[in-house]
Design a protein around this ligand. Structure first.
Ligand code: F6P
Length: 355
């Protein structure tokens, strides 16, 4: 068996565990070779790769990032790109390319499969928003980092009786915000799925503080947006690939809270600290299972399929069915979050809202 592997898009803890799982499966169960392309699809287009074996993978299981490097380059942005990928697969005698990445990488995987290139997908994103897989590796690590951070912020917020607004990742969806908000006991969690009303946020905080609640932690996903017509927010800048460079909504929210309630409010933007460093055990295991399953898919000629987690089992789904739409936060989990932030009573009466 000869497999090419690549990691595309933003990095995420667990990528190396996938690579290691795949390399070990080829070595132990099939024999053959694994080639690791450098820097995502760019390495395929430029034919830059290294040979991966069991020795090369020693020590990488707990290591964050990706030993292969990554980029957001895509073959379909160049006229000769798809043909070039097909040529490289042919020249290197690959049974398939195993592409590990997020929605962008899975989109390329879908299109290459349509164009006859042998590919298998492995879903990756800390945002946990890829459809048809219950979870992606890296997500639990990000949630753990956010939860540790929120725990620490509680004590300083309480000491100063401040509002602390914590911004976490979550471009289109609020999985990290809802999980870490619940785990960290946030009073308010703002997610992209439910545009927020800053008036209501401020009224909730003012009510809490009037009733003597200790401080307030607000968790806001970087992709959270105000309800139409409620608050002006400048459009974020766009990166070289046309993606909005998010980050900073917490500053807007914090300024509004302080301005409207008079309660001192500070911001913590966790940023890439959520993505760096060692994966938690769950992510190491899920990533390893995905790596093994990706090689199984190549062996079974299940091309154009993506490995996925479904009811705790590793399954395959057509990559075409997984791309182009996000997995949003489950209504049942949003309801659990709402239990800790119930509807506000009319001014001056009703039950307390606690976080
Ligand atoms: O999609 C994963 C993610 O971490 C998002 O939460 C975030 O908006 C984005 O990647 C940022 O990526 P980068 O900083 O690498 O452009």
């Amino acid at each position: 068996m000869r497999i090419g592997m690549l990691t595309g898009g933003g990095d995420c803890p667990g990528l190396n565990a996938v690579i290691r799982g795949a390399v070990r499966t080829v070595a132990v169960e099939h024999g053959g070779e694994v080639i690791g392309f450098r820097d995502g699809w760019r390495g395929v287009l430029e034919e830059r790769y290294e040979h991966l074996d069991v020795d090369r993978c020693r020590g990488i299981l707990p290591r964050g990032g990706t030993i292969l490097g990554t980029s957001r380059d895509q073959p379909y942005t160049r006229p000769d790109g798809p043909g070039r990928v097909a040529e490289v697969v042919e020249r290197l005698g690959l049974d398939a390319i195993v592409a590990i990445g997020g929605d962008g990488t899975m989109g390329v995987t879908k299109d290459l499969h349509r164009d006859g290139v042998p590919v298998v997908g492995v879903p990756k994103t800390i945002d946990n928003d890829i459809a048809l897989t219950e979870m992606t590796f890296g997500f639990q690590t990000a949630v753990q980092i956010c939860t540790f951070s929120i725990d620490r912020l509680h004590t300083t917020a309480e000491s100063h009786d401040r509002v602390l607004v914590v911004e976490v990742m979550g471009r289109h969806v609020g999985h990290i915000a809802v999980w870490s908000g619940l785990a960290g006991g946030a009073a308010i969690t703002l997610v992209p799925e439910e545009p927020f009303d800053i008036d209501e946020v401020c009224r909730r905080i003012a009510t809490r503080h009037r009733r003597g609640s200790w401080a307030t932690i607000v968790v806001v996903a970087e992709g959270a947006v105000p309800a139409p017509g409620t608050l002006d927010v400048a459009a974020p800048p766009v990166d070289a690939y046309g993606h909005q460079r998010l980050g900073g909504i917490a500053n807007v929210v914090a300024a509004e809270i302080e301005g409207r309630t008079g309660i001192e409010t500070r911001t913590t933007i966790l940023g890439h600290v959520q993505r760096g460093g060692t994966p938690v055990a769950f992510d190491r295991v899920l990533a390893t299972r995905f790596g093994v399953a990706a090689v199984d898919a190549v062996a079974d000629r299940a091309l154009g399929e993506m490995v996925a987690l479904h009811h705790g089992d590793i399954v395959r789904v057509p990559v075409a069915d997984a791309v182009g739409h996000q997995k949003v936060v489950d209504e049942a989990l949003l309801r659990v979050a709402r239990v800790f932030a119930p509807p506000l009573p009319d001014e001056g009466e009703g039950p307390a809202t606690e976080g």
